[in-house]
Design a protein around this ligand. Structure first.
Ligand SMILES: [Zn+2]
Ligand SMILES: [Zn+2]
Length: 351
C-alpha cells in the first residue's frame, strides 16, 4: 500500500536525531511522500531545542514542489493529569501536536495513572495524535484509551520505531495488536508513523505491515492513505473541540461597543481605509482580511491546499476559521448573505 504521509519525525533540533530539516525534506521527496510532519521533542526532553524553536516556525516554508511540510511538536506529557510541557500559546502556534509519554519526562505510573494521563492529554484541544502508546513500561487500559480517542477525536499512532527489534520499548507488538483490534472494533482511525530520527527511516512502516495483516486491519481506518483525509480529520477534530472554548470567552464590553459604533458610522471603503489604517497595525488588518478570504473559500468547498496556496494562511489559521464557520455565531454567513454571496449547499458535516 502506498502511503502519502509520515507526521512523526525528528531532525537534529531534537538533540538525538541525525539529519537537518533540508535533508529530511529531500528524503521525503525521494520517497514520494506528499506530506512530511516534523515533530521535534518539546522542551522537557533532555537535549532538545529551546522553546523559541517552537515560536519561530513561521520562518519556514511549508511547500517544496509536491511535498508539503507541517511543523508540529512531540509534546511531553509531564503529569498524570495530562499536564504538557508546552503552554497554550505555543501549542496554538503549531501546525499539529503529538502527545507522548517518555521515561525521562515522566516516571511510569500505575495503569490507572498512565491511562488518565493519556486521556487528559487527549482532552486538550491542541492535541491531534497520541504517540507510541505501545510500551508496557507504561501500562494502559487500552479499551478506555481507544474509546477516549474516539470521543476526543484524537488519532492513535502505530509507531514503526517502537516495533523495531532494536527498540527499547516493551511488548510493543502485543500492545499494538491489542490497540489495532480495539480500533477495528470501535471504528477508530490510526496514524502510522516512522518516528524517524534519521532521514533514511522516513515513511518506514515495515514493522507495522505484518500487524495490519495479522489483525486484518481495514484500510479506511488508516489515515496515511490520503493527505486530505489526514487534514480533514485534524481540522475537523480541531473544530469540534475548540468551538466551545472560543464561545465561552466574554468579549462584550463598553469599549468594544464603542468601537463597533464607530465602525457603523463609516460611510464607504475609503473611510474604512482611513479609520482602520489608524486603528489597526497593517498585520492586524491583513490577518482579518485573510480570515475572511479563507472563510469564503471554505464555503466554496475549496480544498485545504488551495486555500493555503491562495491566501498564504497557515494550517492553524484555516482550522480556526473553519471552527468559527461551523461552530461560531454564524457571523461569516450573515455577512456573506448581505454581500450577495451564494454558495452551493453546505456539506461541511460530511466525513
Ligand atoms: Zn516519542
Ligand atoms: Zn518521536
Amino acid at each position: 500500500m502506498k502511503y502519502e504521509l509520515d507526521i512523526h519525525t525528528h531532525t537534529i533540533a531534537s538533540g538525538h536525531a541525525y539529519n537537518t530539516l533540508q535533508e529530511m525534506i529531500y528524503a521525503a521527496k525521494e520517497k514520494g511522500l506528499k506530506l512530511l510532519g516534523v515533530s521535534e521533542h518539546a522542551i522537557a526532553m533532555p537535549g532538545t531545542c529551546h522553546l523559541f524553536y517552537f515560536h519561530n516556525l513561521k520562518v519556514v516554508d511549508r511547500h517544496y514542489d509536491d511535498l508539503e511540510l507541517m511543523l508540529g511538536a512531540e509534546v511531553n506529557i509531564i503529569g498524570y493529569n495530562g499536564e504538557l510541557d508546552l503552554d497554550e500559546e505555543t501549542l496554538e502556534g503549531l501546525d499539529y501536536a503529538i502527545a507522548s509519554l517518555h521515561t525521562p519526562c515522566l516516571a511510569a505510573g500505575t495503569m490507572e495513572q498512565n491511562t488518565n494521563a493519556y486521556i487528559k492529554a487527549m482532552e486538550n484541544p491542541h492535541i491531534n495524535v497520541i504517540g507510541h502508546p505501545d510500551d508496557s513500561r507504561f501500562p494502559v487500559d487500552y479499551e478506555q484509551f481507544v474509546l477516549a480517542a474516539k470521543e476526543n477525536h484524537v488519532l492513535i499512532e502505530i509507531n514503526n520505531g517502537s516495533l523495531n527489534p532494536k527498540g527499547f520499548r516493551q511488548n510493543t507488538r502485543e500492545n499494538d495488536i491489542t490497540i489495532l483490534n480495539l480500533c477495528k472494533k470501535y471504528n477508530v482511525p490510526v496514524c502510522l508513523n516512522s518516528d524517524a530520527h534519521v532521514a533514511s527511516d522516513i515513511g518506514n512502516t515495515t514493522f507495522i505491515e505484518p500487524l495490519l495483516d495479522e489483525t486484518n486491519f481495514p484500510e479506511e481506518l488508516i489515515i496515511n492513505t490520503s493527505v486530505d483525509k489526514f487534514k480533514l480529520i485534524v481540522v475537523k477534530y480541531d473544530i469540534s473541540k475548540k468551538g466551545a472554548l472560543r464561545m465561552s470567552k466574554k468579549i462584550r464590553t463598553t469599549a468594544v461597543d464603542y468601537l463597533f459604533e464607530a465602525i457603523l458610522s463609516l460611510k464607504d471603503t475609503e473611510e474604512c481605509y482611513t479609520f482602520f489604517e489608524d486603528v489597526c497595525t497593517v498585520n492586524e488588518l491583513l490577518s482579518l482580511s485573510q480570515r475572511f478570504e479563507v472563510a469564503k473559500m471554505l464555503r466554496q468547498h475549496k480544498t485545504y491546499l488551495e486555500i493555503a496556496e491562495k491566501t498564504g494562511a497557515s494550517t492553524a489559521t484555516i482550522s480556526r476559521v473553519n471552527r468559527s464557520l461551523n461552530y461560531g455565531n454564524d457571523g461569516y454567513d450573515m455577512v456573506f448573505s448581505r454581500l450577495g454571496e451564494i454558495f452551493e449547499d453546505e456539506s461541511n458535516d460530511s466525513e
